[in-house]
Design a protein around this ligand. Structure first.
Ligand SMILES: Nc1ncnc2c1ncn2[C@@H]1O[C@H](COP(=O)(O)OP(=O)(O)OP(=O)(O)O)[C@@H](O)[C@H]1O
Ligand SMILES: [Mg+2]
Length: 254
């Protein structure tokens, strides 16, 4: 199983959209895909119409039971989507309490990694969607992954947020004794605006090799797809957004 984490401490930059779009494309290729929602706002879960509040089948239950996880218990927490091979490990609001209640317990940073190890052979790719805050959930997502995808909106303020995210990964990398394979993705790119062009140029000059050479364009089909609870590639296959994420996927799979 490959594990990819989609993270940026800045909100609204396209993390959840990236998770869903890549997950949809991979599942349509026949890969078995698990998307993990670690955001207490549960945007990814709601995208697919999953409300985990009522059940005890969510990422929260994995954290609560972290001392006696089994493959069956982890698999029990997953929800299917309308797409074959595409599953969600949903989030609940209770996740917001984890930092306070369990954040300092020994081993809490490795819960997700251990849970994924239990179901290693069940999926080809796991994609972890992070909340826009640094806390125990993002720490878990970073510790569990082989690759970090950092969507960055092509506008000035978002570049500031990226600075913080890169520093977080440097600090985390030192404490976990690993270097992150990082790819920065320019998102919501509107080629007609000078601000977008200037910030892409700035990204390239500040972060060089780590920046993906393509861009994810602004495309209203992303929002339309979310309204019918489908990844964009299933809802509107012939759109600029799908073409862009397909190109990105080729690079990620290399
Ligand atoms: N390339 C795009 N073109 C147009 N709209 C987009 C694009 N990417 C994302 N959006 C829209 O922008 C909004 C925010 O995107 P998304 O939820 O993916 O960001 P996020 O980083 O996950 O936000 P949060 O930090 O709140 O979790 C959504 O309404 C989404 O449909
Ligand atoms: Mg999100």
């Amino acid at each position: 199983m490959k594990v990819w984490t989609v993270a940026n401490q800045k909100g609204g930059v396209g993390k959840t959209t990236t998770t869903v779009s890549l997950g949809g494309l991979l599942a349509q290729q026949g890969k078995r895909v698990l998307m993990i929602d670690t955001d207490p706002h549960a945007s990814l879960s709601y995208y697919f119409g999953i409300d985990a509040e009522a059940s005890s089948h969510s990422v929260y239950d994995i954290f609560i039971n972290f001392n006696n996880l089994t493959a069956d218990k982890v698999m029990d927490c997953l929800s299917p989507t309308k797409i074959d091979n595409l599953y969600v490990l949903p989030a609940t609001m209770a996740l917001a309490t984890l930092d306070r209640t369990m954040g300092s317990e020994q081993g809490m940073g490795l819960v997700l990694k251990k849970a994924l190890a239990k179901i290693y052979d069940e999926f080809d790719v796991a994609i972890i969607d992070c909340p826009p805050v640094l806390g125990v959930l993002m720490v878990n997502a970073l510790a569990a992954c082989n690759k970090v995808i950092v969507p960055t909106q092509t506008e000035y303020l978002a570049l500031k947020g990226l600075d913080r995210m890169i520093r977080t990964m440097e600090i985390m990398g030192r404490s976990l004794d690993k270097t992150f394979d990082t790819i920065i993705i320019p998102t919501m790119f509107d080629k007609r605006t000078n601000a977008a062009l200037a910030s892409r140029k700035r990204l390239m000059s500040d972060y060089g090799e780590r920046v993906w050479h393509g861009v994810i364009p602004v495309d209203t089909h992303f929002r339309d797809a979310s309204l019918i609870q489908l990844p964009i590639s299933a809802a509107y296959p012939k759109t600029r957004g799908v073409t862009a994420y397909s190109k990105l996927l080729k690079v990620l799979e290399k």
